[in-house]
Design a protein around this ligand. Sequence first.
Ligand code: G3I
Length: 340
Amino acid sequence: AVTLDSLARAKGMRFGTATDQSELVQPDLAALIARECSVVVGENAQKWKKLEPREGVFRDENAQAIAAFAAIHDMELRGHCFVWNQDDRIPGWLLEREDELAKNGGEGLIRQMWEHARQLADAFPTVASWDAVNEVITPWEGEVRDALLSRILGDRLMDVGFAMMREVAPEAQLVYNDYMSWQKRPNHRNGVLKLLEGALSRGVPIDALGIQSHLINTLAQPIDERGWRDFMQSVQDMGLKVLITELDTGDRYLEETDPAKRDAEIAAFTKGYLDLTLSFENVERIVLWSISDRDTYLNRPQYPEGKRRPDGLPFRAHPFDAELRKRPMYDAIAAALRSA
Ligand code: G3I
């Protein structure tokens, strides 16, 4: 049967999605993922805060369920993520010890990071591709984000994160993952390019760039075609592979309320974005941030009020709806893959 993964494979790519144990226990959803995808990644399951909520308490049942699902279905497992330099993504028990961790050039922090890296590699030996470092650059200024890890390690953050992951998981692809915008807003893109260029020039072992692709501002602004092309070209020129790691759409700024019209606009925008992005031959993976709207993070109660649609309507974010019916976004992705 033709699936998004079979279409991707015909072009030398693979297709996948983020998921969670809570999804994989639902037979219809699990079957859908197994049919359409050959790559899975935990949406939250491998994050430090989730894995080690208290020091030394390692809860990996959720992430192991995802790894087992990948193994049974012969899928590629992605790891998300090792280093995330944002204070509210760092376990509280670590954050509160900042002064102690910073002593002697960050000795204490480096010891904790080694331990964490080893735990990840031991627990998940089948991960083929790790987000070694996630979201270092601020979206508006394009600077390194101020958080525990950069406060202590400064520029060495990339070096430390990638070197540790390479050491503990020598076979895995190592990815820098971020959400730089395709719109006319170059600071984030430029900040990421600067970060990557600097790190590569110091010999940091980065294999690929993960472009998250939360098409969250869909239709607020058109794609800055020139800017996005230049960015993609620069990444290709650095010799990096590219993965689309977290594709979804939040049509927050789309004033249209009619579901069919919203779906049509979302599909058209997705197609345009993918057509441009997939025209670069170093793109090798397309991974959704959830395959369906059934339990999308965008419609969960803890999703910030200020990031929702002003009219309060739920997002229509994924290629399948909550009943697992195909949306126009599905056809848009299929069409983009066919013409890639
Ligand atoms: O599991 C707990 C639950 O026990 C508790 O009752 C509830 C109360 O708030 O929180 C639940 O945890 C939430 C978790 O999602 C699971 O739903 C966290 O509060 C919430 O912060 C967390 O949000 C996740 C967010 O990353 C932060 O880690 C989203 O689900 C997840 O989709 C999102 O994913 C990120 C990528 O990792 C990086 N790129 C951007 C992307 C989207 O924001």
